[in-house]
Design a protein around this ligand. Structure first.
Ligand code: XMP
Length: 311
């Protein structure tokens, strides 16, 4: 693995020499784009604008967390609330690839507007190796169209700069640690909660999933110390309803699937063999505090054959 210090120096130099005007970058608050935002700030300061787009597909407290990160690192930033636009365009869309396309396109539209206003001619992207490999960069068939790859700049008339392109997840973690960025942030997909609401994405379903996600994260993080947590741990809302009983009444509610995966680089993974008590407590909390949900299941599939996300 390349030494973090050397990589950081090279990345800063790369950004400096390739960015003569202004640049824009979309920062989701995840490990990759946060690292990029810090490197870009080190390289050219306020000539780069870091944008956080509230897609309405984000987790509870996410926007506030990212804003605090921007402030702490004195990053030139802007937060754009585009949740209405995303939800409107996702209405009636159920196909996973179509969902990703709609989200990707909407994301471009929002970012393009911000780039125009800022006068940016370059887009900095936090693309890392697994993103382009799985998006068809070196394999024949596209597995999933990750929205942070796939021709964004051509459509946007911006030059593309991808300083993290050769890194794998574990390397990103090591660079972030070196720079004192928050570590142990679990990866979160670009299209957000939309790929965890199976079927149509509606405000009601997002709200259920947001609560379930918060419970899974809280239970894992309160019971397992850092370093012993799975690589990813999250909830998925299924479009099926099944019969249950709460108190002495029949219910007909939603099912939440809990997914926890151990992995090194997200290319492969195994389902986490966590304690039954943790799973029991998650199931209890979800069914007790979310009236619409009466069943919780645990995903015991490895990657491959499944992917980590359900869509
Ligand atoms: P899959 O589901 O393909 O996910 O096994 C591998 C890793 O990538 C994350 N993921 C994404 N990240 N944009 C991203 O930036 C996306 O569209 C996307 N889809 C999946 C996923 O959470 C896992 O860590």
């Amino acid at each position: 693995m390349i030494s973090p210090q050397k990589f950081i120096e090279e990345a800063v130099e790369n950004i400096r020499s390739n960015l003569s005007g202004r640049g824009i970058l979309a920062c989701s608050g995840g490990q990759d784009s946060s690292l990029l935002a810090v490197l870009a700030n080190m390289a050219v300061g306020d000539r780069v604008l870091s944008v956080f787009v509230d897609t309405g597909l984000i987790r509870e407290g996410e926007k506030e967390r990212v804003e605090a990160f921007f402030r702490e690192h004195r990053i030139n930033y802007r937060i754009i609330d585009a949740s209405r636009l995303f939800l409107d365009r996702l209405r009636g869309v159920t196909d996973p690839e179509q969902k990703r396309k709609v989200i990707g396109k909407t994301f471009i539209d929002v970012l393009e507007g911000a780039a125009r206003e800022f006068g940016a001619d370059t887009l900095l992207q936090g693309t890392i190796a697994p993103d382009w490999i799985e998006s068809g960069g070196s394999v024949r068939d596209t597995i999933k169209s990750h929205h942070n790859v796939g021709g964004l700049p051509e459509k946007m008339n911006l030059r593309l700069l991808e300083p993290l392109r050769d890194l794998y997840k574990d390397e990103v973690r090591s660079m972030s640690r070196h720079l004192g960025l928050p570590h142990q942030v679990q990866p979160f997909p670009g299209p957000g909660l939309a790929v965890r609401v199976i079927g149509e994405v509606t405000e009601e379903r997002l709200s259920i999933l947001r609560k379930a996600t918060q419970i899974v994260e809280r239970e894992v993080e309160s019971r397992l110390p850092e370093g012993q947590r799975p690589w990813q741990y999250f909830a998925v809302l299924l479009p099926v309803r099944t019969t249950g009983v709460k108190g002495d009444r029949r219910t007909y509610g939603y099912t939440v699937a809990v997914r926890m995966v151990d992995s090194i680089d997200a290319m492969t993974g195994t389902f986490s063999r966590v304690e039954w008590d943790l799973l029991a407590s998650i199931a209890r909390e979800i069914t007790n505090s979310i009236p619409e949900v009466n069943r919780v299941v645990y995903d015991i599939t490895d990657k491959p054959p499944a992917t980590i996300e359900w869509e």
